[in-house]
Ligand binder design. Structure first.
Ligand code: ZN
Ligand code: ZN
Length: 358
């Protein structure tokens, strides 16, 4: 059985568990995961008795090639109208309430035949997508390796005297040259006090000597993302910056030891948070410890104080990225991409974490 047939059957099972007859899949990234379709217009109805793939005429040929025979192909000008009119009553049909607009929902209700009950069912595909199969893991591993190679090349050209924006652009180009479709998000290159902004945008400002530089970057390769952060020194550091680096490195290492099947994302977050709070910097670690990575750079599961109590599971791929940000002064973040395995975990990020001067 192919991975894709497995996926459709996993959705059938989830649909059954929720006492639904079928699920409307409206997010394109979910459609791609389920059917392999990479175009920009599609909707899917999937369930034990349904395999409907709806797209518009531009994608007739592409859909035949990518989606294959297991699905009933339908071509429509208005996808949702086609979906609604083709529903067979009576049925409970789940829809993604985290995606479908209020307007589209109203239209579906209006057009669906008598006897169709539309049921909010967000998260069905997200939860399935969170568990990666072997092929997906290989792709994420390859994206991470490509991103690491690209940063290694860029660092060899030095940081001091180049602007943050130049370095970020250089990194994007280096990833593209190695075959990435692009960066999985706009790279962050943030020096000195600018690094105290967790989502800093690269500036047209030269990177000075004797400071810290946060680089947060990832590649998009073959449909999958990577995500990693390293913080580099550009010479001698003052004692405060050095101490913060050591603190974040320690918190990151501690949290990693907790990453395995069993604990919840909330519990793993607490491991890093305890280390940072113990050093008096709790208020300077304002974001969650990590997030799932796959076809999207931010997906399920979450590792944070607000995360669910569901246990982490083998097949999850998550980041472990504590940070400490002292406003106006200094910021440090260290992030690894980690695959959770039956035995524990496998770190996919390969660049060293001991403080390195560039
Ligand atoms: Zn990141
Ligand atoms: Zn991240």
């Amino acid at each position: 059985m192919t991975a894709r047939e497995d996926r459709a059957q996993a959705v059938d099972a989830a649909v059954g568990e929720r006492e639904l007859d079928a699920l409307l899949v409206s997010r394109l990234v979910d459609v791609r995961w389920l059917c392999g379709f990479t175009g920009s217009s599609a909707a899917v109805i999937v369930g034990p008795a349904d395999r409907r793939f709806v797209t518009d005429f531009r994608y007739l040929t592409q859909a035949r090639e990518q989606v294959g025979e297991g699905w009933n192909h339908e071509i429509a000008q208005k996808l949702l109208e086609q979906v609604a009119e083709g529903l067979r009553a009576p049925a409970r049909v789940g829809f993604d309430d985290t995606d479908l607009t209020v307007k589209d929902h109203a239209r579906l209700v209006e057009l669906a035949p008598e006897g169709i009950e539309l049921v909010p069912a967000g998260g069905v595909i997200a939860d399935l997508r969170a568990i990666k199969d072997a092929g997906e893991l290989e792709r994420i591993r390859a994206a991470a390796a490509l991103a690491d190679d690209a940063l290694t090349e860029v660092l060899a050209r030095g940081l001091v005297g180049r602007t943050e924006r130049e370095v970020a652009l250089d990194l994007e180009v280096a990833m593209r040259r190695r075959g990435a479709q692009g960066a999985s998000f706009a790279p962050i290159v943030a020096a000195a006090e600018h690094a105290a902004l967790p989502h800093a945008e690269p500036r047209d400002v030269s990177i000075p000597a004797d400071t810290l530089v946060v680089v947060d970057w990832g590649a998009q390769l073959d449909g999958y993302a990577s995500d990693c952060t390293r913080t580099y020194a550009t010479g001698q550091l003052d004692p405060e910056a050095r101490a913060l680096y050591d603190l974040v490195e320690r918190a990151q290492a501690q949290a990693l030891t907790a990453v395995r099947p069993g604990p919840s994302g909330k519990e793993v977050d607490a491991v890093a948070r305890d280390v940072i709070e113990g050093a008096g910097h709790g208020e300077h670690f304002g974001h969650g410890l990590g997030h799932g990575v796959g076809m999207e750079v931010h997906e399920a599961p979450r590792l944070s104080r607000q995360a669910s109590d569901d246990p982490l599971r083998a097949g999850h791929v998550v980041t472990v990225e504590p940070g400490v940000y002292v406003p106006g002064r200094v910021g440090v973040r260290i992030e690894d991409l980690v695959a959770i395995t039956a035995e524990g975990h496998d770190v996919l990020s390969s660049l060293p974490k001991a403080l390195q001067s560039v």
